[in-house]
Design a protein around this ligand. Structure first.
Ligand code: 0X9
Ligand code: ZN
Length: 732
């Protein structure tokens, strides 16, 4: 369905007088890209961070809503009075100011206030700061910046750029770079890490790239939800989307428009805007720019390049190592999740954006979408300014750390949660050179121990022909949990450790509480077309057909082993037997999945757990359309419901489904319930609960090299020797 030009005409007249009087927040169900384009070209304000199909929050007047109804577009009115919402937000700001918690960061600040703040930050530490003017805007405002680096000769230092507020309404994206500037300057006298980074790195911060637009969001006759700059387009609509004006795939058609009324108007030409020109010219004076963050809001995402395509960016492993390190750092501060990935993976593509231009110039460049994850949106309550700044500063610091580190580690299939008793856990690792330094591949080492004390055994890690490394975590025994870390050296001899500092990665000893390989029918309760047997490769009206066998063996549990699930299906379950998980901790559900299902506004696939007589708790539901074309192993942490419970039941559900588009649905194999094996005793080779002479004898009896399955190898370095003996005796 395509919106006709009529709707565009009506929307053009929006928001003239009493801007948000009579305007509602409406969740519109967008089913084609043309619809959102038509709405945007008509001047409608989308409150989504992203153009995408599915539910999109938009600000619409009554006439436009009527028009939507006539066109058969589904929508839901969420809030009818946006003026009232904005008044409530202003009340929150006033309260926050009067409480004053967080000092300068207790409330959002205007362009003028931000400039004054930058000056005072600089004045507090003149030996390491310079403020400067990046350029001027259409309305002749100055774009202000600050440079921070240790005194002395700065030539050859790495340069890192942070900026905020290409988009006017994204107020939090102004506070975050100011906070970063203040913290880095403060760190020069209090934080040894920052002192180190500033010796090698010049940090450049521009909090407000779009001062005209930003001031317009504060102005009495302005617009709180203004996004673009304030170019006079000589017509009814002002502004260019600065984040569509850059010279990389400019006007390429992904989230772009040539209509001046659109919120994603690309401008009359590449770099047509003084603001993007100023930033471009600044960057052209930074010969050693190594990395960059363009702060936006909202959605809590770390978007990697490219924005404009699904192509793999240069140094993809390095790009991903840094984004996942930043995401971890953020999570550690207040427990907030910022998902790392590409725009294409996470939602949609966008052309002519700032980070793509920087990436094309050779630096590592990211869009960070700040809080909130969803609601309320751009009007993030002032009480969240400080926590958002704190977590973002962790990302900033991670970036500074990263650019000062020659190598990075990444784990394409993740890190293991469990080590089996008597088995090696193998997983791949990549070590990449961040800035071209060579790696001494022979120095790659795994350091591992079981139990919480004693030495780590060093084990060399094998490099494969494709230059990845194969890590093998040795077996544990007697239920001891393990810890491990990695080290590797550059050819020039600098040793890099993963994870940072003293941190140690943890693994529990897996005990398999239950497992079903599905070669036999587990005889669970099956409704509708749930069945056990060999899938036939049928179905696939949409998505992929079913597989033709299990992940292991022939048989699986599946919804309609012969083809697709039907339309208009109600929730239909397969329910496991009751599981006794008394005395089990750290319980995980693991299984192999081959699933095809349409996105959840239409069709649903879920997994839920019930403990005792409690409610069913959904632990997973399809977040998007899923089109598996191979088996994959998935693990879900069910410890918070299942641990220590004697009656736990798990079920997989197919449905509900809507009236069109059938997919092949669930196929499930190799279901396992894993839990921690429990506390063992270090040095207790024979697992009898005490360290005594029998353990010493056990070690002495198999003296010599032993590469795997050796419970006598107490310090698991692959050789049974005096180290092991000493460790046993030491734990007598
Ligand atoms: O659309 C944008 O410009 C950014 N989102 S926002 O809501 N803050 O406007 C995202 C730019 C990067 N986009 C992708 N990587 N797709
Ligand atoms: Zn933005």
């Amino acid at each position: 369905m395509i919106l006709t030009p009529t709707i565009a005409l009506i929307l053009t007249t929006l928001f003239s007088a009493g801007r948000y009087e009579g305007i509602s927040l409406v969740h519109v169900q967008i089913t084609s890209p043309d619809q959102i384009t038509a709405l945007r070209d008509g001047g409608a304000t989308s409150l989504a961070c992203f153009d995408h199909e599915g539910e999109t929050p938009m600000l619409l007047d009554k006439e436009s809503i009527t028009q939507l109804r006539k066109l058969g577009v589904s929508y839901e009115i969420i809030e009818t009075d946006i003026e009232a919402r904005l008044r409530r937000f202003e009340d929150l700001r006033e309260q926050a100011r009067s409480r004053g918690l967080g000092g300068w960061y207790s409330d959002y600040k205007t362009w003028g206030e931000v400039n004054t703040k930058l000056q005072s930050i600089a004045a507090g530490a003149p030996e390491i700061t310079t403020t400067f003017i990046v350029g001027q805007t259409h309305e002749n405002r100055d774009i202000h910046g600050i440079r921070i680096t240790a005194p002395g000769d700065t030539t050859g230092r790495k340069q890192v750029l942070f900026n905020g507020c290409q988009h006017a309404r994204e107020w939090i994206a102004v506070m975050v770079p100011v906070y970063a500037a203040e913290k880095i300057v403060e760190g020069w006298s209090t934080d040894p890490q920052i002192q180190l980074y500033l010796e090698t790195t010049e940090v450049i911060i521009v909090p407000i790239v779009n001062p005209d637009g930003y001031e317009f969001t504060y102005a009495t006759n302005g617009d709180r939800f203004w996004r673009k700059n304030r170019r006079n387009n000589s017509g009814s609509c002002e502004g260019v989307d600065l984040n569509r004006n850059w010279d990389y795939e400019w006007n390429g058609g992904d989230s772009t428009s040539t209509s001046t009324c659109s919120d994603v108007y690309v401008g009359p030409g590449i770099f047509s805007e003084p603001e993007t020109q100023a930033m471009r010219d600044l960057i052209n004076t930074l010969p050693n720019l190594v990395s960059h963050i363009d702060f936006h809001s909202y959605s809590q995402l770390i978007l990697e390049p490219w924005a404009s395509s699904n192509d793999t960016p240069p140094r993809v492993n390095v790009v991903k190592a840094l984004s996942s390190a930043m995401s971890d750092a953020i999570l550690n501060v207040h427990g907030e999740t910022y998902v790392a990935g590409t725009g294409g993976d996470l939602l949609y593509l966008a052309d002519g954006v700032f980070p793509d231009w920087v990436t094309n110039g050779g630096a590592l460049s990211y869009t960070v979408e700040l809080r909130p994850a969803g609601s309320p949106g751009f009007d993030l309550p002032p009480s969240e300014i400080v926590p958002t700044c704190e977590e973002s500063y962790a990302a900033v610091k991670t970036m500074l750390q990263f650019v000062n580190q020659p190598l990075s580690f990444s784990f394409p299939s993740g890190l293991p949660q469990f080590v089996g008793e008597g088995e090696l856990v193998a997983f791949p690792m990549h070590i990449d050179s961040n800035f071209g330094e060579l790696i001494d591949a022979n120095s790659a080492t795994l350091h591992v121990r079981f139990g919480n004390e004693g030495p780590f055994a060093a084990r060399q890690i094998q490099q494969n022909v494709d230059e990845s490394f194969s890590v093998e975590l040795p077996t544990s025994h007697c239920g001891l949990d393990g810890g491990f870390w990695f080290s590797v050296a550059t050819e020039s001899g600098q040793v890099v450790r993963y994870p940072e500092g003293e941190e140690v990665l943890q693994v529990s000893t897996a005990a398999t509480a239950y497992s079903w390989d599905m070669n036999q029918n587990p005889n669970w309760t099956m409704e509708g077309q749930w069945g056990w047997g060999t899938p036939t490769g049928g179905g696939g009206e949409y998505g992929n057909p079913d597989p033709t066998s299990g992940a292991t063996g022939n048989n699986v549990l599946g919804y309609n082993l012969g083809g697709d699930y039907p339309n208009n299906l109600s929730q239909t379950h397969i329910t496991s037997e009751s599981l006794d998980l008394s005395n089990k901790t750290n319980t995980q559900l693991q299984f192999k999945r081959y699933l095809n299902v349409e996105q959840p506004i239409y069709d649903n696939a879920t997994i839920s757990v019930r403990a005792g007589n409690g409610p069913w708790v959904t632990i997973w539901s399809n977040p998007t359309t899923i089109e598996d074309n191979q088996w994959q192993t998935l693990s879900y942490d069910i410890s918070s419901f299942a641990d220590n419970n004697s009656n736990v039941v798990i079920r997989w559900t197919m449905g509900t489904t809507d009236s069109a588009w059938r997919y092949s649905g669930w196929n499930i194999d190799d279901v396992e319930i894993l839990s921690s094996g429990g506390a063992g005793v270090v040095g207790d080779v024979n697992c009898d609960g005490v360290v005594d002479v029998t353990d010493v004898l056990a070690v002495v009896s198999v003296w010599g090299p032993c590469s795997d399955h050796c419970e006598q190898d107490v310090v698991p370095d692959g050789i049974i020797d005096v180290l092991d003996l000493l460790h046993v005796i030491g734990n007598w």
